[in-house]
Design a binder for this molecule. Structure first.
Ligand SMILES: [Zn+2]
Ligand SMILES: [Zn+2]
Length: 362
């Protein structure tokens, strides 16, 4: 590939102040790659619920308090797909990394490779990590710098329009479903099944041989979830959701439940819908200090397993991507222009998006 000319400035979606609107800046500087870095021209990017929460100032940390210590202006985006356009001063193209190579822009941007989490393949919990949400500019800009020591090199034959959402929503859902340890034919119940994370969890569950019950609301979501091959339950029409789930899944309830919604109401009475020895996987992070309302006695007597899932490692991401590449999982995406980001945030807030919206970058 011939030399690629790189402009000095670019268009980026900035959040100057948490709680304020997104503003497009057409003269935002392009950062050139330094030692061990590459520059990527972003082609497509998904829009994640955590981008919305970070913009709004409602993202919650492990202490249950809002995350406010972020780089400003904030440039979100961590479901990005792009092609390499420049190498840092100490790098030159290799067999695997060339100008034009397709790479992903994920949540984690850099890890230390040395802490106990990094050396045990759980580097998403690295204590010295940085990410594309709080520390570094993400894929809501035309050009993004990436660390080659922690690079998501994608399969080069993958469809770039659909793979972005697999890099955050997809791997998160994949991991939650894998952690549920389901045997073939067992029931997986997905709460929030029609959303970005949810529609991935439904498909990963089906791909792993589970029977899937998708819980969401409205006829649009019903049609969507049934089209994926799952059974649908409308929570807005249920007097007692746990009882309805038990009725459909029989034998005292579902073998596993995965909560992909971040709505506080999605965390009510979950243990009542799960059968003895079953598991509960939590992936959606509700704003504030929402708690599970499950009595300890229920957890002990039913022998339930409760697990949280924070995205996934690079290896798990590539496993989730492979299921997209081989067609077992089909991300449902709607492609919109980059400038539609403010409207996409409004839609995400209302919970009206079946699957994911992917923005096409100029
Ligand atoms: Zn995300
Ligand atoms: Zn580390």
């Amino acid at each position: 590939m011939a030399e690629i000319s790189i402009p000095k400035t670019q268009t980026a979606a900035l959040v100057p102040k948490q709680g304020g609107p997104v503003e497009f800046d057409d003269r935002y500087p392009v950062t050139m790659p330094k030692q061990d870095e590459i520059l990527v021209k972003v082609l497509y990017t998904g829009v994640c619920q955590s981008d919305l929460h970070t913009k709004a100032g409602t993202a919650t940390g492990a202490d249950g308090k809002p995350i406010t210590n972020i780089k400003l202006p904030h440039v979100g985006g961590h479901e990005g797909v792009g092609r390499i356009v420049a190498f840092g001063p100490n790098l030159s193209p290799t067999k695997d990394l060339q100008l034009g190579t397709l790479v992903g822009i994920r949540f984690a941007s850099r890890v230390c490779h040395e802490c106990e989490y990094c050396v045990s393949g759980r580097e998403q919990h690295c204590t010295n990590s940085t990410n594309h949400l709080h520390h570094e500019d993400g894929s809501f800009q035309q050009y993004c710098v990436l660390d080659t020591k922690y690079l998501t090199t994608l399969p080069q034959d993958i469809e770039p329009t659909v793979v972005g959402p697999a890099l955050c929503a997809g791997v998160t859902a994949y991991k939650a479903v894998v952690n549920a340890n389901l045997k073939e034919g067992e029931w997986l119940t997905v709460i929030g099944a029609g959303g970005g994370l949810g529609h991935f969890a439904v498909q990963y569950g089906l791909a792993l041989g589970a029977k899937v019950l998708g819980v969401d609301a409205g006829s649009g979501k019903q049609q969507f979830i049934e089209s994926l091959g799952a059974k649908f339950l409308d929570f807005s029409k249920c007097k007692d959701l746990a009882q309805e789930v038990q009725k459909i899944t029989g034998g005292g309830g579902t073998h596993a439940a995965v909560v992909t919604s971040g709505h506080p109401l999605a965390f009510r009475k979950l243990a009542d819908m799960i059968r003895v020895g079953g598991s509960l996987s939590l992936v959606g992070i509700p704003p504030g200090d929402v708690c599970l309302d499950t009595p300890v006695a229920t957890i002990v007597i039913k022998g339930l397993k409760i697990q949280g899932n924070l995205v996934g490692s690079l290896k798990e991401t590539l496993e989730a991507v492979e299921l997209v590449r081989n067609g077992k999982v089909k991300p449902h995406v709607q492609i919109r222009p980059f400038r539609d980001l403010p409207q996409v945030y409004d839609m995400l807030e209302k919970g009206d998006i079946p699957g994911r919206i992917v923005l096409e970058m100029p």
